[in-house]
Ligand binder design. Structure first.
Ligand SMILES: *[C@@H]1O[C@H](CO)[C@@H](O)[C@H](O)[C@H]1NC(C)=O
Ligand SMILES: *[C@@H]1O[C@H](CO)[C@@H](O)[C@H](O)[C@H]1NC(C)=O
Length: 230
């Protein structure tokens, strides 16, 4: 009003807020609806996330129970879950493998050790017969054995090979000899043998000891014999 040229502008200005009032309100409403939409979206996203998470947890749980079942199969040598419920979970090794243990029912020969078939041993593409592991597939194998024994006299422990290439005699692959120095101080001892060998089909591996009566048989897993293709 003080400046001559501006009243018209003031009029315009004074009039300008009048029509602008409704848009302001609608802007607020828009904001409110936008906030609502945003909130709705956020809640939806959170719910979706929870659903996906639940799915992942369920799948992990399923996988976890599967692996624990197969683990227990390998360790205990027994399938706890009936095979009818999960036929697809049976896992085979990729190469021939055998792991044998001692057992209550096992009767050793004087020099050649026998191994338990009641313990449901791990035997894949290898056979067991009369104390011997029989090779089915030619290849390089890691062969091992561990025995626990009473160290009161000289004790030999060896892994022997019977092959068609040398008929009649077995070939010692690995051997350890224990000489007791002080009988009173060292009564119990262990021998572990392990090495890699090229084996042919129908080769037979067995564990020989100087006196199987000296072998300690407190627990079945104290005396073991095994082989696996590398
Ligand atoms: C088992 O092996 C032992 C020692 O090699 C042998 O004396 C015995 O005759 C074999 N028994 C059978 C049934 O083959
Ligand atoms: C084998 O060990 C048993 C038990 O210690 C003993 O009575 C027997 O004389 C041993 N046999 C030989 C051939 O050393």
């Amino acid at each position: 009003m003080a400046e001559g040229g501006y009243p018209s502008v003031y009029v315009v200005d004074s009039c300008a807020p009048c029509p602008q009032v409704p848009p302001r309100v609608s802007k607020g409403q828009r904001r409110a609806t936008a906030a609502q939409t945003l909130l709705f979206l956020l809640v939806s996203v959170a719910l979706c996330g929870m659903a996906i998470e639940a799915c992942f947890i369920y799948r992990l749980y399923q996988r976890g129970s599967d692996t624990s079942a197969s683990f227990s199969k390998i360790i205990a040598g027994k399938d706890i879950t009936p095979p009818t419920t999960r036929p697809s979970v049976v896992i085979h090794p990729s190469k021939p493998v055998a792991h044998l243990t001692d057992g209550q029912n096992v009767v050793h020969e004087k020099h050649i050790m026998a191994w338990s078939m009641d313990a449901d041993p791990l035997l894949y593409e290898m056979d067991y017969k009369n104390g011997s592991l029989l090779v089915q597939k030619e290849g390089f194998y890691y062969v091992y054995s561990k025995v626990s024994f009473l160290d009161t006299e000289i004790f030999y422990h060896s892994i022997e090979l019977k092959t068609k290439l040398y008929v009649g005699k077995s070939i010692p692959l690995l051997m350890s000899r224990e000489y007791p120095e002080k009988i009173s101080s060292k009564m119990r001892s262990n021998s572990y043998l392990g090495g890699v060998f090229h084996l042919h089909r129908d080769d037979a591996l067995f564990v020989k000891v100087s006196n199987s009566s000296k072998v300690r048989r407190y627990r079945s897993f104290e005396n073991i014999f095994g082989a696996y293709m590398i």
